[in-house]
Design a protein around this ligand. Sequence first.
Ligand SMILES: Nc1ncnc2c1ncn2[C@@H]1O[C@H](COP(=O)(O)OP(=O)(O)OP(=O)(O)O)[C@@H](O)[C@H]1O
Length: 253
Amino acid sequence: MIEVRELRKGFGDVEVLKGLTTSFDKGKTNLIIGQSGSGKTVFIKSMLGLFRPDSGKILYDGICYSDLDFEEQRAIREKIGMVFQGSALFDSMTVEENIMFPLQMFTKMKKTEMRERANVVIDRVNLENANHKLPSEISGGMQKRVAIARAIVNNPRYLFCDEPNSGLDPHTATVIDNLIQEITKEFNITTIINTHDMNSVMEIGEKIVFLKEGNLAWEGDKTQIFRTDNEEVTNFVYSSNLFKMVRKAQNAQ
Ligand SMILES: Nc1ncnc2c1ncn2[C@@H]1O[C@H](COP(=O)(O)OP(=O)(O)OP(=O)(O)O)[C@@H](O)[C@H]1O
């Protein structure tokens, strides 16, 4: 579980995060949504320790991460997996080498053990037969699977995903969302996803935090978000014609 208490972060005179308080449960897919510039990335980077909060607290399973110095944060950092936007794979490494990379960085495993562990997660994300391929030789959806496999290879307790299905077709995006949700449950991970994708909200929004200009304007789940009267949320959710049509159809029932 990750808890955030009264988190504030600004740059110069501009306050970007204006006192956020919320919590993200383990075993759940937690989504952060909001318009461009609302502070989602600054929020995630603050939770990761890449930005030091101006005030407030970030607790990882009860340990106040934001009070620790960079070196002391290491033990928690090693328990964090990241799926970056655009996958961020190493172009010159094979799928298997990409997935083994965190094990080389953070463990003292022997090469054969690393390869074995890498292959467990390769199987888990259904990437059999891709071990020796380069990222350029596989599809965007497969590259995301590699990114997910690399993020979970070292048994993380926390998983951060930045726009995990950007650039994917709707079907592949749903497959990737479902894979992240399955893995979250299977390994009881606290997963936090930064997304713009309303389809992800509908599919896997077990907890949704809606940011508006650095404030936590609303939180709830995927059922509640389509029923709320909160105008800020509805303006955001129903900004797409598709969702306006869904609402119309629902109201007509
Ligand atoms: N390192 C920084 N220095 C100064 N200002 C920053 C920095 N990082 C972010 N900001 C500002 O903080 C605000 C929120 O940015 P942020 O990237 O968190 O938005 P976002 O919700 O993630 O947007 P998007 O959906 O477009 O990625 C913006 O006004 C941005 O200019």
